[in-house]
Design a protein around this ligand. Structure first.
Ligand code: HEC
Length: 187
């Protein structure tokens, strides 16, 4: 009898437990993203100060993927940045990310603030269950030098040379530049 009760209770409680787990993953995702953002911002700011935007293109090019990979290794989660308009096509969104990015645009149009905007859910992709999390990245003023519509000719030439498929120009302050994206397969 006790055992039956235990099984019944477990069955009733298990969705709540899963819910808790999802919330824990979401909270952890936010701290991982903070770490990612902090490191990127540090690299970006010190390089902009020391060498200006043209030199900093190489920092974004070389450092951003390394920071993403180090964090992915550290936490065992896939951590990356993506956008509907990418500079580097290696950052292009997959189907789920594309859907979420379009949702973010809709949420912004409905008046929601970009900075805290996030979305997460469990996703089953061909039998692999993953926790997936995305957090919107707003376009700030310092981003416009390299992602706005008034890019200096020298910088534009440098970007053209490094990123012939660059779509990440013409952004305005406050636009959604893209999103951090985390994928954590679970068993
Ligand atoms: C010095 C120029 C420069 C500045 C300033 C800059 N970026 Fe970028 N950004 C780049 C480059 C170069 C890449 C491509 C990096 C790569 O190869 O992965 C990039 C890529 C990105 C990506 C990844 C998606 C994509 O387009 O490939 C996001 C998101 C992004 N930048 C957001 C920002 C935000 C937000 C700011 C302001 C806080 C900013 N950037 C400032 C040059 C810059």
């Amino acid at each position: 009898m006790k055992r039956i009760l235990l099984i019944a209770t477990t069955l009733i409680l298990s969705p709540a437990y899963a819910d808790n787990q999802i919330k824990e993953h979401a909270a952890k995702s936010k701290t991982v993203i903070k770490e990612f953002m902090g490191q990127l911002k540090g690299e970006l700011q010190s390089s902009m100060k020391a060498g200006g935007p043209i030199k900093t293109v190489d920092v974004c090019k070389d450092k951003a993927p390394v920071i993403a990979k180090d964090l992915s290794d550290k936490y065992g989660w896939k951590v990356a940045r993506t956008s509907l308009k990418t500079r580097n096509s290696a950052n292009a969104p997959d189907a789920w990310e594309t859907k979420v990015l379009h949702e973010f645009e809709k949420r912004k149009q409905n008046g929601e603030k970009v900075k805290p905007m996030a979305y997460f859910e469990m996703v089953n992709d061909n039998g692999v269950e993953s926790f997936r999390f995305m957090k919107a990245i707003p376009t700030g003023k310092p981003c416009l030098q390299c992602h706005g519509d008034n890019i200096s000719p020298e910088l534009a030439a440098k970007l053209d040379a490094s990123y012939p498929e660059d779509k990440a120009r013409g952004f305005k302050q406050g636009d959604i530049r893209g999103a951090f994206t985390i994928t954590q397969p679970v068993n």
